[in-house]
Design a protein around this ligand. Sequence first.
Ligand code: ZN
Length: 185
Amino acid sequence: MGQLTVGSNPTPSAEAPGGPERAPGDAPSRRLTCGAVDDLDAMGLAIAEARLALDHGDVPVGAIALHDGEVVARAHNERELLGDPTAHAELLVVRRAAEALGRWRLDDVTVVVTLEPCTMCAGALLGARVARVVFGADDPKAGACGSLYNVFADPRLNHEIPLRARVRAAECGELLTSFFLDRRG
Ligand code: ZN
């Protein structure tokens, strides 16, 4: 019969009591806001992603997913590219984040997207139990996170998602405005 080996148990006494010390002058950790990347920087990455949609004539909306402060997925709108009505940036980024992490439940993931999610995407974000959502521009025609509906804060649903709205909204909106102006002209 096999003997139990008790070889390398770490001794739990090495840590000083009182927790980790912070030297005076230490910068406050940015992880406190949104992982290693703060919301403004994260939105910058989502905006860069949105621009990629222009290469294939899609409405420029971009999204990234953050886990432990790291980008685990990024996506932009590919509706025209794929001929797929569900290929919105948020929906694609949720799928890709789940694939990257190997699980459907994303309750430790923040999704940052340049445009207020629609009903379909808000539903997908809820279904994934996303921890937090940050969006850029309001979408008065289809927004489901404050504009037309408030899906993330509806007590009838079994999950609520903390939301931060209008981060770098002007830049996100400008991208969309100039896209639609170009298309008309
Ligand atoms: Zn959508």
